[in-house]
Design a protein around this ligand. Structure first.
Ligand SMILES: C[S@@+](CC[C@H](N)C(=O)[O-])C[C@H]1O[C@@H](n2cnc3c(N)ncnc32)[C@H](O)[C@@H]1O
Length: 293
């Protein structure tokens, strides 16, 4: 039987795909005025993202993603600032992201086919290749992110797609990874994304989810204050209060275990520590309705 997605999508030739520059690419960092413009954007009120009206890749971007997440000038939509974000994110996270991606990749080392959703600069997808996974795909809504990812990691297949509309056939993957994506989506789209992930996973397939921990928002346990963990907590708490994350409160408010269970997943491992809240899940071997009923 053929389905809407009976074959894999054809990945673009990212190296030769020319993406329009956006206003954030025009900031002139060799002039004080450029730095002033940058500072105004980083410290000011986040604005809607601007793209050329005839940009062919615009259609693949949900409206809610067209915001200046993390107060970045034009969000994830420029050549230069998105490159800076890929490097800067890992630095700001003090090495925790790189460690987390390695752990996730190692857990999936025995898989043949893995999809990384919201892949950004493709570092988790690349870690999966390094761990020995042969068939690795990364999808993201930002073509600018994907172009950097494809340049840096040619062994991975990168394609523009939203988590809530995956361009793959049923049971295509042994595992799916999600790293710091769901907290950037409105809850109704997270539910849709989980349904899509369930669809593209084979029965018994794995879903690994890493997202910011809500613990960093809470009070700092006094016993930690004199230790490194206490300073780490202070640092992440201040950062969380500063950056524009329009849906993070809604994400923290969700009952994650119920959300995953409703989508057809059972929990294998849960590890919630500042700054990362990590879930390792498995898709039920039977359809969710059969399991519930
Ligand atoms: C915080 S970054 C994380 C990137 C990467 N997973 C990592 O660990 O470095 C979130 C990424 O999700 C992408 N994104 C946001 N909404 C999306 C959606 N609905 N579907 C797919 N990707 C999305 C953004 O473009 C961005 O690249």
């Amino acid at each position: 039987m053929t389905t809407e997605h009976s074959i894999d999508p054809v990945t673009p030739d990212w190296a030769n795909l020319s993406l329009a520059s956006t206003w954030a690419d025009e900031i002139n960092f060799t002039r004080p005025r450029g730095w002033l413009q940058f500072a105004r954007s980083i410290l000011g009120k986040p604005q809607p993202v601007q793209l050329a009206p005839d940009d062919p890749l615009r259609a693949g971007i949900p409206k809610y993603a067209l915001q200046e997440f993390h107060n970045l000038p034009n969000g994830n939509y420029s050549h230069r600032i998105s490159r800076g974000y890929i490097t800067g994110f890992d630095r700001m996270m003090l090495g925790h992201m790189a460690r987390q991606r390695r752990v996730m990749a190692q857990q999936l080392a025995d898989c043949d086919a893995v999809l990384d959703v919201g892949t950004g600069g493709g570092k988790l997808a690349a870690a999966l290749v390094d761990a020995g996974v042969k068939d690795v795909w990364g999808v993201d809504v930002s073509p600018y992110m994907l172009k950097h990812a494809a340049t840096d990691f040619p062994a991975v297949n990168f394609y523009q797609a939203a988590a809530e509309r995956l361009p793959f056939c049923e049971q295509r993957f042994d595992a799916v990874t999600v790293c710091f994506l769901f907290h950037e989506m409105p809850p109704k789209y997270i539910a849709k994304a989980l349904a899509e992930i369930d669809r593209v996973l084979r029965p018994g397939g794995r879903l690994l989810v890493a997202e910011p921990s809500a613990r960093q928002l809470g009070p700092i346990p006094w016993r930690l204050l004199m230790r490194r963990a206490g300073w780490r907590h202070v640092y992440f708490k201040r950062m969380a209060a500063r950056v524009h994350e329009p849906f993070i409160k809604a994400w923290h408010g969700l009952d994650k275990q119920a959300l995953f269970a409703q989508a057809g997943f059972c929990l294998d491992e849960h590890n919630d520590r500042v700054p990362i809240n990590y879930y390792s899940l498995k898709k039920h071997s039977l359809p969710a309705t059969a399991v519930v009923g």
